[in-house]
Ligand binder design. Structure first.
Ligand code: A3P
Ligand code: MG
Length: 255
């Protein structure tokens, strides 16, 4: 039997973890924080079990597992967030996601973001076509911790703000034609962005840190606090605004 591609595997695992998460929530056995904790654990167990079975030589970095330093000596590292948007999941909302990605030598190589409550999964094996640019710009921001940079850029370019939970749900909102730009700063970890970045880049979106540098994964310190995802044609303007706001906030004009 031929081996499944890394991207198809990421999709299959993210889908399955999503089904389990829907079942845990639908069971009515848990509520509030206990629901989030149960979801985190069962989804993580499923993902680790399958990766260990079919990719035993690869390392894994998961939000829900103790960090194993062996990953620093490996080229191939799966970076997973079993439940991104735990808060939204436990509140009964639909803006949460399962992230399964493979980084090779620090670069996202394959990945999937499942949006189980919306019944959609995006993965690098079948990249979604970019929606055509609309008349007005929309920016997705954290519901609970919107970044000051994001609000400044939105005001400068006249974008409306779309508050949403989950890094994966926000990144996929661009592919779902609910937003055009996702800017975050102030804190995130590698598992929050690796799969969303892999999937967004496969569809031709610009992906970078907010200083324009590449997002690099499988570092010793997994804190990766900021990102920009948007269409290529807007990226230069957004990066310019962020860079220049830091220098002279009162005098920023879009180029
Ligand atoms: N300032 C910050 N510091 C650390 N993590 C942050 C953060 N802001 C957002 N995140 C993480 O990024 C993910 C998306 O957050 P948000 O919905 O606010 O945009 C969440 O992941 P988890 O739900 O997996 O914990 C959240 O914990
Ligand atoms: Mg997360």
């Amino acid at each position: 039997m031929t081996q499944m591609s890394d991207a198809a595997l990421a999709r299959a695992i993210a889908d399955a973890a999503g089904q389990v998460l829907m079942a845990v929530r639908g069971s009515g056995l848990f509520a509030g924080k206990a629901l989030g904790a149960a979801g985190d654990r069962v989804a993580n167990a499923l993902i680790l079990e399958k990766l260990a079975q079919v990719r035993p030589d690869d390392a894994i970095l998961s939000e829900e597992s103790a960090d194993d330093a062996v990953r620093l000596d490996r080229s191939r590292v799966w970076i997973v967030d079993p439940l991104d948007g735990t808060r939204e999941y436990s509140e009964g909302r639909s803006d949460w996601a399962v992230h399964v990605a493979l980084a090779i030598d620090g670069a996202p190589a394959a990945g999937a973001v499942a949006l189980p409550a919306l019944g959609e999964t995006f993965a690098t094996d079948r990249p979604a076509a970019l929606p055509p640019a609309g008349q007005s710009l929309r920016m997705v921001v954290s519901r609970t911790r919107p970044a000051p940079e994001a609000e400044m850029v939105a005001a400068a370019i006249g974008a409306s703000l779309v508050p949403m939970g989950s890094a994966g749900a926000k990144a996929m909102a661009i592919l779902r034609d609910e937003a055009d730009i996702y800017v975050h700063s102030g804190g995130q970890y590698e598992w929050d962005s690796c799969a969303p970045i892999a999937v967004a880049a496969a569809s031709g979106l610009h992906v970078s840190r907010i200083d324009g540098s590449p997002l690099v994964y499988n570092r010793r310190d997994v804190y990766l606090p900021d990102l920009l995802i948007c269409r290529e044609d807007i990226a230069g303007r957004v990066l310019w605004l962020i860079a220049n706001a830091a220098k002279a906030p009162a005098t920023v004009q879009a180029p």
